[in-house]
Design a protein around this ligand. Structure first.
Ligand SMILES: Cc1ncc(COP(=O)(O)O)c(C=O)c1O
Length: 431
């Protein structure tokens, strides 16, 4: 292994550097300090951001490997670059494990992120100007499901379905009605802020009845699906897209699943359609994450995520909070804060001061602006990864209540922060 000193005495260009645990502190102490600070922040705060998690050290190791050096445009066995022997094996492993995990005929593991996977899905199925139908962002959907500021809202005609104003759940009869009225070419199911089960089979039947393609975006609930704790859309959908870094607990990235007849269209929509060289280090890390998700312990983990969400949601209700859609079936839920005279933004800021990280969230038909919001979204994937159970989930609900009540009292917020730090010290993320 070359040391920095050795490189300097041999090579004034300062290249190439073999891996060493202290290279970063020597080459770029500023970035090293930022990473150390972030590690400390993660260790000492309670993370309830539903889309985040703490990935396995083996995933971090693969992500930080020499595979980052390799260009590999194309697919295993058909690359535009030489020297792809190792990365071919890594990508094939990722593909095989991903197919096994979700029972899919075809998998593409190259999408850089969830948004790129969705873009590729639309490229595979649609022409610009075609009509898509997805859930609106303000009712729990995602930007890429047709929001006007996003490519999906600019390239395609968009019909948006909302949730039912009374139940705050998807009204499948209304989805059917809209589909019949607008005859979209693609119907999208999936959400970023929806706490109830999604009936993918019903969505597929609606799509079929109007001759539309059906796509399921499982970015949030992929881990639950892998653990059989949520209906799997693979038997019903033409294309399934997902991120790998949320409940699935892998590296930051995404993948696509499809039926065999759509395999070529999906692959071509990624490369050359919308991406260049794949991130081979991330693809190797996805392979590691899929392997871990195939282990029985992963199902135990996902069950605990769901149990923790239910325990926290129930405690919030006991403390007098109204929950959107009345509760949760998955890893997250939304709290309506209007009766507590605090906005989502104010709650998010106060909770952060107290060491509890959450995302503010629109509630359905929110009277507040999207920047302000009337609610917060709480999720349990991250606290469950660090070993917290239903007892801690309930205790955290009490801490949130204390913060909401005393949100303008800095001294009290710091007292909660001390409690949070004590609790976190009992559940270290990385030893
Ligand atoms: C349902 C859904 N789809 C797609 C995405 C986009 O993923 P990314 O942030 O990786 O682009 C998200 C991320 O929040 C999501 O919640």
């Amino acid at each position: 292994m070359l040391s920095h000193k050795h490189i300097n005495s041999k090579n004034s260009l300062g290249s190439p550097i073999a891996t060493s645990s202290n290279n970063l502190s020597i080459v770029d102490p500023e970035i090293q300090r930022i990473i150390a600070h972030e590690t400390h922040r993660e260790q000492t705060t309670i993370n309830l951001i539903a889309s985040e998690n703490y990935t396995h050290p083996a995933v971090l190791e693969a992500t930080g490997s020499v595979l980052t050096n390799k260009y590999a445009e194309g697919y295993p066995g058909k690359r535009y670059y030489a020297g792809c022997e190792s990365v071919d094996k890594a990508e094939q492993l990722a593909i095989d494990r991903c197919k096994q995990l979700f029972g899919a005929e075809h998998a593409n593991v190259q999408p850089h992120a969830g948004s790129q996977a969705n873009m590729a899905a639309y490229f595979a199925l649609l022409n610009p100007g075609d009509t898509i139908m997805g859930m609106s962002l303000s009712e729990g959907g995602h930007l890429t499901h047709g929001h006007p500021v996003n490519f999906s809202g600019k390239f395609y005609k968009v019909v948006q379905y909302k949730v039912d104003p009374i139940t705050e759940q998807i009204n499948y009869d209304e989805v059917q009605r809209l589909a019949e009225q607008h005859k979209p070419k693609l119907i999208i199911a999936g959400a970023s802020a929806y706490s109830r089960h999604i009936d993918f089979a019903r969505f597929a039947a609606i799509a079929k009845s109007v001759g539309a393609f059906f796509m399921a975006d499982i970015a949030h609930i992929a881990g639950l699906i892998a653990a059989n704790l949520h209906q799997n859309p693979v038997p019903y959908a033409d294309i399934v897209t997902s991120t790998t870094h949320k409940t699935l607990r892998g590296p930051r990235g995404a993948f696509m699943l499809s039926t065999q007849p759509l395999a070529d269209s999906v692959d071509r929509a990624i490369m050359p359609g919308s991406q260049g060289g794949p991130f081979m280090h991330t693809i190797a890390a996805k392979a590691v994450a899929f392997k871990l998700a195939l282990e029985p312990e992963f199902t135990t983990y996902q069950q605990q995520v769901v149990d923790n969400a239910r325990a926290m949601a129930q405690t919030m209700q006991e403390l007098g909070y109204r929950l959107v859609a009345g509760g949760t079936d998955n890893h997250l839920f939304m709290v309506d804060l209007r009766s507590k005279n605090i906005t989502g933004l104010q709650a998010q800021i106060a909770l952060e001061k107290a060491g509890i990280t959450v995302s503010r969230s629109c509630i359905p038909f929110d009277p507040a602006k999207p920047w302000i919001t009337s609610g917060i979204r709480l999720g349990t994937p991250a606290i469950t990864t660090r070993g917290m159970g239903t007892h801690e989930a309930r205790e955290i609900a009490y801490l949130i209540d204390e913060v909401v009540k005393k949100h303008d009292n800095n001294r009290q917020l710091l007292a909660v922060r001390q409690e949070v730090e004590n609790k976190c010290a009992l559940f270290p993320i990385y030893e």
